[in-house]
Ligand binder design. Sequence first.
Ligand SMILES: C[S@@+](CC[C@H](N)C(=O)[O-])C[C@H]1O[C@@H](n2cnc3c(N)ncnc32)[C@H](O)[C@@H]1O
Length: 431
Amino acid sequence: MKRTKLQKERSLYSKNKIVRFFSNDPVYNYSSLGKYSKSDLALAYNGKRDIHSIISEIPRATFKEITSYGQIELHTHPNILIEGNNLTALDALLNNSDVSGNVRLVYIDPPFSTNQEYRIGSDRTSTVSSSNGDILAYSDNLSGSEYLEFLRERIILLRELLSEDGSMYLHSDYKIGHYVKIIMDEIFGASNFINDITRIKCNPKNFSRKGYGNIKDMILFYSKTRNFIWNEPRVEMSEEDIIGLFPKIGKDGRRYTTNPLHAPGETKNGATGEKWNGLFPPAGRHWRVGPKELSRLERLGLIEWSKTGNPRKKIFADEVFQRGKKLQDVWELKDPPYPIYPTEKNLELLKRIITASSNVGDIVLDCFAGSGTTLVAAEELKRKWIGIDESRAAITAILKQLQKIENVTSYVHYKCTASTASHYLKSRKKQ
Ligand SMILES: C[S@@+](CC[C@H](N)C(=O)[O-])C[C@H]1O[C@@H](n2cnc3c(N)ncnc32)[C@H](O)[C@@H]1O
């Protein structure tokens, strides 16, 4: 039974491993800004610490099991819910051989530096309230450099927890997100940046603020290496898409479009530069496929000749329609109108991310779990999950959400506290 592993495996990972990772990397930047950047661009701000100081000063975690749900198997890793500060909890997870380097997907939705307190109304539990009598869910009061350093410390540990084919999605907004992007580039390497997803989060607003209304936030998507898990998401094509993309209709009534069968660049020696049907590819271009394949396409009636005498390949709407179209980077997935927790995210959003970037049985981690949207999505998609949050209200919401799931798999709920009030903690409190 692996439940005590969180406490036991303290010596497993050497903090120097992370320091070595950054210092051995060929693109590591020993700039005057400090030894912390994997990229050749770095963000300068007050209080940015070197990696060694960050990881050597994290206080040790003490775990207390609060409760477990379901039959905990001896040799399988259970789902874990950790109540406590995510910095110490992540550090402890790095010492757990089942978890460290085995997390396939990280999604985080940290506070966005809004300088607000998020409360839950006691008489209106389904709405978010800002009345002082309501329960405090969490305070979002870090700003500027302090906020960025808070996030950076956690991203460094999260990257280390990922498997080599893992990825991380970070939810942010239009005010702070551009600074966070640079921090992510520094830690993951800019070459591992995959997407900046624009998420339409709400209906248009009509505030009196001078400026355009803001209905979007951003999700930054990075992979640990270029060889990352990717289950290509496809979306249904609309009637409008089909008419726009496939404007031609054949004698058989099938909608189609055509694509050129030649592409830029000449082939000097090779089949794609050869004569086909008495024709060489146009100057400066080559056939997309060799003459043999061109003849096969012609026999199947899949070639149409343009008015200028060039062969083009027919692409039929009904064939493409079955596969759906590629999902683009603007997603309209609004948050629930009656959340049970402030800033609760859309469940379908999390399901989309988890489906694309992990497989059944993989570990999905969210260390700013809130109401547990990620954990619920992971559970429903048969992934294993690890959720961390320091808010009592969040843990209560998560437990409630999990209870609603039929046949929920086993999980253990721990309380994690820092075992020593280290100098680091004291100095942070003073800030
Ligand atoms: C924006 S909310 C997450 C909402 C969540 N995505 C959902 O769908 O419900 C951010 C969460 O981060 C938690 N949090 C902030 N700082 C934390 C820390 N240092 N350790 C653990 N949790 C923290 C807050 O308590 C809050 O629940």
